[in-house]
Design a protein around this ligand. Structure first.
Ligand SMILES: [Zn+2]
Length: 216
């Protein structure tokens, strides 16, 4: 390349002559683009964290992540939540053994069971919103809510009977709504500090069991 830059230039009838430079001194256009594709992109690639496929205990769970909340598209400010898909026994001591309902009590969950993980969420409220919106039927919804309540207990050490859903994400200004991200967070904080009844959950349960009765 330097040879080309330093060559004596002469133009005759619009044709450029470079003294001492030959065709073989020039890079092929294909090589030029290939090189640019390999090394020419100066944009720094963004690397995203990975979330484990299963949750086994709080100590091994990531404390932060740069992944976005599946419900509101904000980056979680604390330990990322997930939507539990199922609770399964882990192999320690239970291989091939059926788990009795007596064994499936909350205090064993962090030790002998794992939860299959879906998604990343900034709060339990966003998990709840996602579950209410996306569960395939009432039974699926109730199961996931029950598992979320267990997860809440593991994450926070507090037992609750209901978790209020986040406001719908489209209330934020980036979706044409009125709430800034800070306003959206404030709404979540407010619903968590306000004493709520477990009305929604109880009414869902009632609806589910009356449907079962009708099916029989
Ligand atoms: Zn969120």
């Amino acid at each position: 390349m330097n040879r080309i830059k330093n060559a004596k230039k002469q133009t005759v009838d619009g044709i450029l002559f470079l003294q001492g430079v030959f065709k073989t001194d020039c890079d092929k256009i294909e090589d030029f683009f290939h090189e640019r594709l390999l090394h020419g992109n100066t944009t720094t690639a963004k690397y995203y964290d990975k979330i484990p496929l299963t949750f086994t205990n709080i100590d091994d769970w990531p404390k932060t992540t740069n992944l976005l909340c599946r419900n509101c598209n904000r980056v979680p400010k604390a330990r990322p939540w997930f939507e539990p898909q199922s609770i399964a026994p882990i192999s320690r001591g239970y291989i091939g053994k059926l788990i009795s309902s007596k064994d499936l009590v909350r205090k064993h969950i962090s030790h002998d069971y794992c939860m299959n993980v879906k998604g990343v969420f900034c709060t339990a409220n966003c998990v709840m919103r996602y579950t209410l919106t996306n569960s395939k039927d009432l039974s699926d919804r109730l199961n996931k809510i029950q598992m979320l309540l267990i997860l809440h207990e593991i994450f926070t050490g507090r037992t609750v009977t209901n978790i209020e859903p986040s406001p719908v994400a489209t209330e934020m200004i980036q979706y044409g709504g009125l709430l800034s991200e800070a306003d959206y967070q404030k709404k979540i904080d407010d619903i968590n500090t306000t004493k709520h009844s477990s009305e929604n959950f109880v009414s869902s349960c009632k609806a589910y069991f009356s449907q079962l009765a009708l099916d029989d």
